[in-house]
Design a protein around this ligand. Sequence first.
Ligand SMILES: Nc1ncnc2c1ncn2[C@@H]1O[C@H](COP(=O)(O)OP(=O)(O)O)[C@@H](O)[C@H]1O
Ligand SMILES: [Mg+2]
Length: 259
Amino acid sequence: MMSASTYDQTKPLLVLKGVKKAFGHHQVLKGFNLELYPNENVVILGKSGSGKSVLIKCLVRLIEMDEGHIEVLGRSMADVEQDELDAIRTDVGFLFQGSALYDSMTVRENLLFPLRRHPGRMRGRSEAELVREALGNVGLEKAADLMPDELSGGMKRRVALARTLILKPKIILYDEPTTGLDPITANEIIQLILKLQDELMTSSLIITHDMDCARVISNRVVILQDGINYAQGTYSELARSTDPKVKAFYKEVQNPIDG
Ligand SMILES: Nc1ncnc2c1ncn2[C@@H]1O[C@H](COP(=O)(O)OP(=O)(O)O)[C@@H](O)[C@H]1O
Ligand SMILES: [Mg+2]
């Protein structure tokens, strides 16, 4: 069995080809294609209900697609057995929409949860050390003993980020990382994501409908529209598009091109 960690870094980390998914008669994904390369931040931009969350859940098989091909770190997701799927999932961090912290656990216990499920990921370090480092990464050194309901929305998002990063994933999937935050806090979270990606050399897929987030964080933007990868380019390339469906995303933006 090939370990995901020995994967060749010059190939795409993620490949999606012709991914289709329907719920009953509602065809949400109609043949979506995407590649994510090392050190890239790809933003998937889509309206609410367009299938963004469904897409990233298909990626890590939290939802089974109906048709298509998905490769994560060189492995076809359809072929892997459960133990290998678990290994791949530790290489792919997932920051869920909202923060999804365990409300009955302290911040420390929330951070220890993934570590205890994957003790092989401790890299010879102690739990205390890893928790301290993870909280330091997100600027919350003193929060270990707090309960989630004692945290602000922005702090919760930071803890969730720390919990995702503690296993040192190679790819991070962010589902609407700024939704529900005020603009200042949203910007702090975006800056933090950029800083951590730089330090930890991860690649990410960021799902959002927040144009500020897309502008600041993306190397490349893919528009999910009508169930397919409708358009792609850099944020400013897409800002110059004459396609009405692409233009619709930019209509609220003040200075779309020089942004
Ligand atoms: N488990 C499910 N069962 C039925 N319909 C679903 C399920 N999950 C998502 N959907 C539908 O798929 C569409 C896309 O949902 P989603 O991916 O959550 O949208 P978004 O782009 O806002 O993240 C929506 O119409 C939603 O109602
Ligand atoms: Mg969603």
